[in-house]
Design a protein around this ligand. Sequence first.
Ligand code: ZN
Length: 257
Amino acid sequence: MRDEYKNLDDFKEKSGYDIDGVWFPRVTKIVSIKAKPALNFFYASLKNYAEGERIKKISAEEGTHIHETVQSILTGGSPAVDENMAPSIKAFMEFAERTPIEVDPDYIERRIANLDERFAGTIDALALIDGKLGILDIKTSQAIYRDYNLQTSAYLATLKKDVKELQTRWILRIDQAQVCTTCGALLRNKGGRTKVKIDWANAFMRTCMHSWSPLPIGEVELKEFPLWEDDFRAFLGAKTLWEWENETWLKAAGYLQ
Ligand SMILES: [Zn+2]
C-alpha cells in the first residue's frame, strides 16, 4: 500500500527528518518499500480497511508504551505501567535480572544521520550486553522477523562511524499472550483484536478446545545479529528502489538532482 502525500511538506514530514537544516529520508520509510506478504493475510482477515487502520493505530500505541517503559527502566527509572501491558514489563524486568543490559542514556531514542549514504533514523538504544557494545532495537511483535535486519544494519553502519567500539546489534522482543493450559497454544490481544496461534502440524493443538490462562504471560527474547554487511547492502538496494518510486517528490525536495 502506498502513502499518498498532500504536498511536499507532507511528503517530507512523513518520509524523513530535517537534521541541521538538511532533509534526509528515514530508515523505517525506506525499508517499507519491501513487500511484506504476511500483511495480505492480516488485511484478508479483517472486515474492512478501516478496521485494519484502527488495529494498527492501537497496536502502535501499545508498542510506544512498551518502548518508553523499557527505555525508562533501562535508564534507572520506575515508570508507571499500563495494567494491560504489565505482564510484558514484568517479564522484561525478570529477563533483565538474568541478562544485564547497560545503556547509554545519551543514545536513547537518538536520531542519527548517515551523511555518506544520505539517510537518517532513530535508534531505541545503544547497549552493552555480555561485554559487547551494540544497537538494541525493541520489538513487540510475535516473532523476530528477518526484515528487521535491514533496519538495524542501517543504524549500525551509521553509528559505527562515530562509535568505533560498536560491534553488534540485538533485537529485544517483548510480547505477551494467554496460554492454553491444555495444549500450549497462544492467545494474543494486539490492538484490541485477539488471535490464536497454534502449530498447525500438531493435531492435538488443532482439535483442542483451549482453556486459556486467566492473565497473559509475558515473553522476552533477545537475539543478536552480529553479521550486518550483507543486510546493509540489501538496505541500500531498498533505498535505491524507494528513491526510484519517490523520484518526483525527492527532486522537488532537492534531495535528488
Ligand atoms: Zn489448547
